[in-house]
Ligand binder design. Structure first.
Ligand code: PXL
Length: 278
């Protein structure tokens, strides 16, 4: 059975990070091995939460995995609790990534032009370094801007231009340097629809979906989990993005129709079957 290590937090509420990755990867018939970076009572978008940073446990946890001698077909990284932990993750990747491992770095840092409450510039710089070692990255627009050193407000200022998608793609293209093979810019809003832009070395494609309400917690984590699992299965990237977009569209629509709180995430549990379509 294929095996994917997922480095991310476990949050009691928010349907994000590990509570998104475990069901997605498992439903696609793969073993999901969680490497928890933090435990939170709820994701940080909630007004109040309790956060247990697991940085001090990282090395002991990793040592036990080394003793087991397992290898991974995929490694997926997401929410990082501290800049010291980012260094440990970089070193984990060196130890556990083989030539055949798909490394997907979801550079979780920011949304709507604002970095997350528990992030700072130093951590963002380290996330950017880790992203350079990936095969695939899945930034949202805010994260793309941080990775490329571009001002978010300058990009948003162009959001009414006819060539907005091409403009964003040109920023993504600049990030493609060996070993990074693909940049997928997620959740770009343009002309009343939402786009996922797939930039590979010599090609671009985009998949659009309907917009339902605002941005919901966990969508980026669900998206990255689908792409990582499908890529490990050998599914072409564009097909994987198509499936992930359909899965998210249905899950967001269901949450929207329920009038659900954006912090609580989306109703993906109802649509895990959609993932098996291709
Ligand atoms: O979905 C990204 C994410 C993951 N984990 C935690 C978060 C967030 C975004 O706010 O707070 C704990």
């Amino acid at each position: 059975m294929k095996r994917i290590a997922v480095i991310g937090d476990i949050s009691g509420f928010g349907r994000c990070s590990l509570t998104a990755a475990i069901p997605v990867i498992s439903s696609l018939g793969m073993e999901c091995c969680p490497f928890p970076t933090a435990v939170l009572s709820a994701q940080t978008g909630y007004g109040s939460y309790h956060l247990i940073d697991l940085t001090s446990e990282f090395s002991a946890y990793e040592r036990e995995w080394q003793k087991l001698g397992y290898t991974f077909d995929g490694i997926l990284t997401g929410y990082i609790a501290s800049s010291a932990q980012a260094d440990l993750i970089a070193s984990f990747i060196k130890k556990f990534k083989s030539e055949n491992t798909v490394l997907l770095v979801d550079p979780v840092m920011a949304d709507d032009g604002e970095i997350y409450k528990t992030y700072n510039q130093k951590l963002c710089e380290k996330v950017s370094e880790i992203a350079k070692s990936a095969d695939i990255i899945t930034p949202n627009l805010s994260e793309l801007c941080i990775l490329a050193g571009v001002k978010y407000s300058d990009v948003i200022a162009k959001s009414e231009d006819g060539d907005y998608i091409e403009f964003i793609d040109s920023i993504a293209e600049r990030l493609i340097t060996n070993p990074l093979k693909a940049v997928i810019v997620t959740g770009v809003r343009f002309k009343g629809e939402i786009y996922n832009i797939v930039r590979e070395k010599n090609s671009r494609s985009q998949i659009k979906s309907k917009i339902f309400g605002s941005s919901y917690s966990g969508t980026g984590d669900l998206f990255a989990s689908v792409i990582c699992a499908k890529t490990v299965q050998g599914v072409p990237l564009k097909t994987a993005v198509n499936t992930a977009s359909k899965f998210l569209e249905k899950s967001v629509e269901s949450a929207y129709k329920e009038n659900a709180d954006r912090n609580g995430g989306i109703n993906f549990q109802e649509f895990l079957e959609v993932l098996k379509d291709d």
